[in-house]
Design a protein around this ligand. Structure first.
Ligand code: ADP
Ligand code: MG
Length: 399
């Protein structure tokens, strides 16, 4: 789960990371009011969307008076911000963060990520702040400092000082840098984050180390341990298909293809997507309905998959181990009676009670295309969709 910059700043500041004074606004009038409350004579108005690259896309504006704040807000509220990190449709702007502008001496990139190969938290830093890390690693790879944390002992002071030294910070800034790094590390581990990124971390004109931007991503599977983090979820920033799935307890990722997938088990779901591609098709989604594929879950899955207007065929691939194929088949039949499915449905069942399952599908009288192997199922799904296309039928129209 992602959160907004202002939320990440608040969390990180609770762990000792210094941030400039700022306040949130839901309207242009409130933004002006917030600026007056903050005082000073220069403010940064920042669109709160779950994406970076806002500066270049017009989502971060320096303002010197009330008129400038109003015009910055008018260009943001209710619009969609398209950055290189969003989809082409962009993300809606419903909140802005008003922050005191600071004088920047130096910008640094700082990121905490999970490094899968070393199975450790890795700190990535660079003196080339302000640029995205992908650009830094392409253009100035030698500027990147990496340091992994040994989990048994946690982040050590000497490691922090070494990072500060490698970034070329003045020794007088070392203590502030240690505090910042340790704060981020504690926030990362204690809140079950999977990423903390501060870009830029700056040295101000008056020699303070401040986080001017902040991004945090959390492990969805650990959110139950952090109700205060779960509350920060902003559905306006998510793919509506994925929010609906999360609300229904299904694990779904929307994709651009047109063959909807309903599968039990994440590994089998991945294999199903691969096989569809191998057969010349494109999956419309990843969907793992979990182990106990009850009729209700199957119906929910059909409803979710069919809510995507691009779907032109649905492939159901269930392996029944603990489950039973006859039960799953009953679920599919019940779901198809309940949910309007106007595209070809291909069902492949394997495992316990597979013969009984096949009989139930055959007897139902529903136009289900049956397959025994995954390859056959994928080929039939791609074939069914292509023949529908060739006949000019069943090409779904926008609802
Ligand atoms: P994004 O990464 O989405 O473009 P940032 O929050 O990093 O957004 O802002 C873009 C740039 O704007 C920063 O790199 C920094 O140079 C400048 N900036 C952001 N906040 C402030 C601030 N409070 N004072 C001065 N400059 C700022
Ligand atoms: Mg940034």
């Amino acid at each position: 789960m992602d959160i907004h910059e202002y939320q990440a700043k608040e969390l990180l500041s609770n762990f000792g990371v210094e941030v400039p004074p700022g306040a949130l606004a839901y309207s242009p009038e409130q933004a002006s009011y917030r600026a007056r409350e903050l005082g000073g004579d220069k403010w940064i108005v920042k669109a709160q969307v779950h994406a970076g690259g806002r500066g270049k896309a017009g989502g971060v504006k320096l303002c010197g008076n009330d008129i400038e704040i109003q015009s910055a807000c008018e260009g943001m509220f209710g619009r969609k911000l398209v950055t290189h990190q969003t989809s082409p449709e962009g993300k809606g702007i419903y909140r802005v963060y008003v922050e005191s502008a600071v004088v920047i001496d130096r910008e640094i990139y700082l990121g905490f990520v999970l490094d899968r190969s070393s199975q450790r938290i890795m700190i990535v830093a660079s003196g080339e702040g302000g640029m995205e890390i992908e650009d830094i690693s392409a253009e100035r790879p030698e500027s990147i400092v990496r340091s992994t944390v040994e989990p048994a002992v946690g982040l050590q002071e000497f490691q922090c000082r070494e990072i500060a030294f490698k970034l070329g910070l003045a020794p007088s800034l070392s203590a502030q840098m240690v505090r910042t790094l340790k704060g981020c590390y504690r926030a990362f581990t204690e809140l079950d984050a999977t990423m903390v990124e501060i870009n830029p971390l700056v040295i101000t004109g008056d020699q303070r180390v401040l986080a001017l931007d902040a991004k945090m991503t959390f492990d969805d599977n650990a959110l139950f341990r952090h109700p205060q983090i779960s509350e920060l979820r902003d559905k306006s920033q998510e793919d509506p298909r994925e929010s609906r799935a999360a609300d229904r307890g299904l694990s779904y990722v929307g994709l651009d293809g047109n063959i909807g997938c309903i599968v039990n088990g994440a590994g089998l779901a991945m294999a199903t997507m691969d096989t569809i591609k191998l057969a010349g098709g494109e999956p419309a989604n990843f969907l793992d309905i979990g182990g106990g594929a009850t009729p209700e879950r199957v119906a929910k899955a059909f409803r979710l998959v069919m809510s995507d207007n691009n779907v032109q065929a649905v492939l159901v691939n269930i392996f029944a181990g603990i489950n039973r194929c006859d039960w799953v088949a009953e679920g599919v039949v019940a779901a198809l009676k309940e949910v309007e499915v106007d595209v070809p449905v291909i069902v492949r069942l394997a495992g316990t009670n597979v013969e009984e399952g096949q009989k139930i599908l055959a007897k139902s009288g529903l136009p289900i295309i049956r397959a025994t192997t995954l390859v056959e199922a994928a080929e039939r799904a791609v074939g069914a969709w292509q023949s529908d296309l060739a006949q000019g039928t069943k090409v779904r129209v926008e609802k």
